[in-house]
Design a binder for this molecule. Sequence first.
Ligand code: HEC
Length: 195
Amino acid sequence: MSDSHGKDSAGSTGGGHADEGPHEGPIKTPQQLIWTVVASFVIPIVIIILLVNYVAFGNKPAAGSDGLGAEAVARRLQPVGKVEVRDASGPVVVRSGEEVYKAVCTACHSIGAAGAPKTGDAAAWAPRLKTGYDTLLNSALKGKGAMSAQGGGEYSDYEIARAVVFLANQSGGKLEEPKAPAAAASGAAAASAPK
Ligand code: HEC
């Protein structure tokens, strides 16, 4: 009889079907009822715990792979090219002579590559030092022989000047630290001035 009302097996909501006889659900014993009640609490809780785990720790990389690590993903998302914008009016970071030397000049001058006068070789530097700081600076800025302009670096003239002084003074010279050009000086002063 109840088959004629498909929805009825889920529980009668009453309302004029009293003539269908006693309602029969899947739960027939008190034990089954207890199990059903317990399961109806436990199963959703387990599902919630699993979902929370999935959401919170879903980014776990596969074992033995860092392919999904935040760092690895960021690396892959990097733009192809990078543009370094140097704000000429911003605080000027002036590298010291030693920094420039270690970044560029050391490549040739530490080992005397391509006939470069070796750093610290006073004998090799003595005749060059005699030509004067301006000559040396000019050579470093514009290039000389196998040395390209600025030794191939991209620095301000002032930074190259400091590198020349650093290099020369490592090699028996007694040059004075070059004065900062006016623009850099005012920029540095502005940068360090209290606001
Ligand atoms: C590619 C190699 C190379 C690099 C890099 C290099 N130099 Fe040189 N440098 C040379 C060579 C070679 C000479 C000798 C040139 C000559 O007398 O013909 C030289 C000579 C010099 C001289 C003497 C110039 C003169 O008039 O006698 C100075 C000063 C100097 N270098 C400074 C620098 C500084 C500062 C840097 C870094 C910014 C630098 N060099 C980077 C190869 C290099």
